[in-house]
Design a protein around this ligand. Sequence first.
Ligand code: SAH
Length: 251
Amino acid sequence: MISFVGAGPGDADLITVKGRRLIEEADIVIYAGSLVSHSHLDYCKTECCKYDSSVMTLEEIIDVMKKGDDEGKRIVRLHTGDPSIYGAIKEQMDRLDELNIKYEVIPGVSSFTASCAAIKSEFTLPGVSQTVIVTRLAGKTPVPERESLEALASHHSSMSIFLSAGNIDGVVDKLKEGYGRADVPVAVVYKATWEDQKIIMGTLEDISDKVKMVGIRNFAQILVGDFIDCNYQRSRLYDPSFSTGYREASK
Ligand code: SAH
């Protein structure tokens, strides 16, 4: 049995209880060493075999899984944040299907929600945006043309941009084009929840200079939208003049 586990964004306490238990019980842990906090490995049994997937190919990862599974070992594949977002788990699961090996996926706290928590904001504000767009600039992995940052930005939804801080100028140019204005608030969160977390606040006008001055190129979230700094309508859910399924409106 292979358990794909979301390790969370950094702080080792931000893993699920289930994920932590699986790490404690694992005979083999394959972890994404470039982004997963090594503190998670402190919870492994002493005899647990640990593999850093950042120096492995897909084929090598599957070999370790297959051999371990044949021997009846409990295997954890530890991914940063939530495995479903830029996790490259589908290609692993498809190979496990071909090999008839059972697996499960345990979700995690993604870095985009952890970053929103770091700036103490809410992506979905009434009257501002009720949509969160999770995206990235093309890098080694291409992005379909219909999902260009300009096109996505034209919706004025709240946005979380992964894997793109190294080209902050490119991000800003495309966002300006899509928004048609430059006073849009932006927060760049570097290593959210790690001890050396950094938060840079700005707008499309000045964020690029600020980010370059601090020298942030990777390991960062770019959060964009008026949700960061705006007026909004209060929610109906907690409004005394509205009834809900659980509460009568006050007269
Ligand atoms: N599955 C992960 C994302 C993996 S892709 C998740 O759910 O968060 C790797 C990218 O995620 C990084 O380039 C960066 O953009 C973002 N990222 C991961 N951890 C981060 C953190 N602690 N703070 C800010 N961004 C982070």
